[in-house]
Design a protein around this ligand. Structure first.
Ligand SMILES: Cc1cc2nc3c(=O)[nH]c(=O)nc-3n(C[C@H](O)[C@H](O)[C@H](O)COP(=O)(O)OP(=O)(O)OC[C@H]3O[C@@H](n4cnc5c(N)ncnc54)[C@H](O)[C@@H]3O)c2cc1C
Length: 425
């Protein structure tokens, strides 16, 4: 079997690529191979599938007819075992081989499983895809207490979902704060207050060293033991300490890998006619001016769009993305973009204001008078204006003192800049 375009993974990256290919090439044959049965749902929404009882139709990113409408041969529930660069084929686990002219690797990430004594017990889960969510949901009925290991994006979103189902939830986080990759201490404390106020217990600076069994059923989870010896009872443990790129289909002697797949601005790998995007590949970071792993849904989709254009013959470079999160867990709005925890004594200028009355926190990070990062907690109005200034590297000299005002907006900009911005948006 041969196809002009073969795509491994039918999620954000794969879908972006298909849409671009079909904008340019209406007839070229496309095959998508996914080890999921329905790959085109929104991964960030699997917590809603759990906590709000959302149906599959409500968390779907593209309708079920998407494949047919885009004349895509979808090989679902099929796993790629290897990519053979010289033969230009992908080998499936069932022994089938599929030939390609152009290949996209959009295999995303898989959960990191920490080495914890007792992690094989029944009641230990991961939470990175719909299959995980279904498995967890199927087991929740008799669960009273849950321990979520890891207080990052996935852990906090899952904690909120479990709380909505009236479970008693504890987050155990190794670092000194939750959401440590996207927030600083002040921002994280405000979110932690909201999380704890809602009823979730947070333990920071500790790790789970053992998952204990139940007294009358050793194989079932009965509790956890922390590194300081603290014991806690629970019925389930969910491991959410992070994801690692799924590079196992690649031979690093044939395709350059630096923890993730190395790509250029056209999402091309080191191997001819092979592209990569999303959580398995590097993305150009326009703030740091380098390539790095930025495991975010919108960036995976745009990376796919860029890859698809180039695969179909339109040479399009990726303008770049950066760390960018907009959250509203436990009712507290948060925006975090770019450099948010700059190294000390490194030429960054930090403006920050905590307003206990309005329960808001603003932090803007500057480098050479240009915004390179921001954290907004509690109040996020006009974040778009700051982002526009950041993306377009506008020197902020004259309106610097206004940046920390909760009312900061277009009104504070000089007229020519204001008009330019209005034209852009
Ligand atoms: C619970 C959760 C919450 C999140 N919240 C946010 C958020 O708030 N904001 C945000 O921006 N991002 C969030 N993310 C991250 C976001 O979902 C990812 O960045 C995005 O899904 C990456 O898209 P992708 O296409 O690169 O890979 P994925 O979405 O991981 O898709 C890869 C696909 O390839 C398949 N695959 C992998 N290997 C093979 C193989 N060998 N053979 C066949 N198929 C294979 C996988 O099964 C999967 O279907 C969240 C993720 C999770 C899990």
């Amino acid at each position: 079997m041969n196809f002009k375009y073969v795509i491994i993974g039918g999620s954000a990256g794969g879908i972006g690529a298909i849409e671009s290919i079909r904008d340019i090439d209406k007839a070229g044959s496309i095959a998508v191979i996914s080890d999921e049965t329905i790959p085109q749902y929104s991964k960030p929404m699997i917590s809603e599938y759990i906590g709000e009882g959302a149906k599959l139709e409500e968390i779907i990113f593209r309708p079920l007819r998407f494949w047919e409408e885009h004349s895509v041969n979808i090989f679902s529930d099929k796993k790629v075992a290897k990519v053979d660069v010289s033969a230009k084929t992908v080998m499936l686990e069932n022994g089938e081989s599929i030939g390609f002219e152009k290949l996209l690797i959009a295999t995303g990430g898989k959960p990191i499983i920490p080495k914890i004594d007792g992690a094989e017990r029944k009641g230990v889960f991961t939470f990175v895809n719909l299959a995980d969510a279904k498995l967890l949901l199927g087991r929740l009925q008799n669960v009273k207490e849950a321990v979520v290991v890891g207080g990052g994006l996935i852990g906090v979103s899952l904690a909120e979902a479990l709380l909505k189902l009236r479970k008693k939830v504890t987050i155990v986080e190794l670092k000194d704060r939750i959401l440590n990759l996207i927030l600083d201490m002040e921002g994280a404390s405000m979110v932690a207050d909201a999380v704890e106020h809602a009823g979730v217990k947070i333990i920071t600076g500790r790790s789970v060293t053992r998952i204990a069994g139940r007294i009358l059923s050793e194989k079932q989870v009965g509790g956890v033991v922390l590194d300081d010896g603290t014991k806690m009872s629970c019925d389930i443990v969910v491991l959410t300490i992070g994801v690692t790129p799924r590079i196992e289909v690649i031979d690093p002697r044939q395709i350059k890998v630096n923890r993730v797949v190395v790509v250029d601005r056209f999402m091309a790998t080191s191997a001819q006619d092979i592209y990569a995007c999303g959580d398995v590949a590097e993305t150009f970071d326009f703030v740091n001016n380098d390539f790095r792993l930025l495991p975010l849904w919108p960036l995976a989709y745009v990376g796919g769009r860029i890859a698809g254009s180039n695969m179909a013959g339109d040479k399009v470079g990726y303008p770049g993305g950066t760390q960018m999160c907009s959250l509203n867990y436990f009712g507290i709005p948060v925006i975090s973009i770019g450099v948010v925890n700059p190294p000390k004594e490194s030429g960054y200028e930090v403006l920050a204001k905590l307003n206990p009355e309005s329960r808001t926190y603003r932090k803007i990070i500057l480098q050479n008078d240009v915004i390179v990062g921001m954290i907004l907690v509690g109040g996020i109005v006009n974040a778009g204006v700051i982002l526009d200034l950041m993306k377009n590297r506008i020197p902020i000299g004259e309106f610097k003192e206004n940046l920390l005002s909760e009312e900061f907006g277009l009104i504070h900009l000089a007229e020519p800049l204001r008009l330019e911005m209005l034209r852009r948006n």
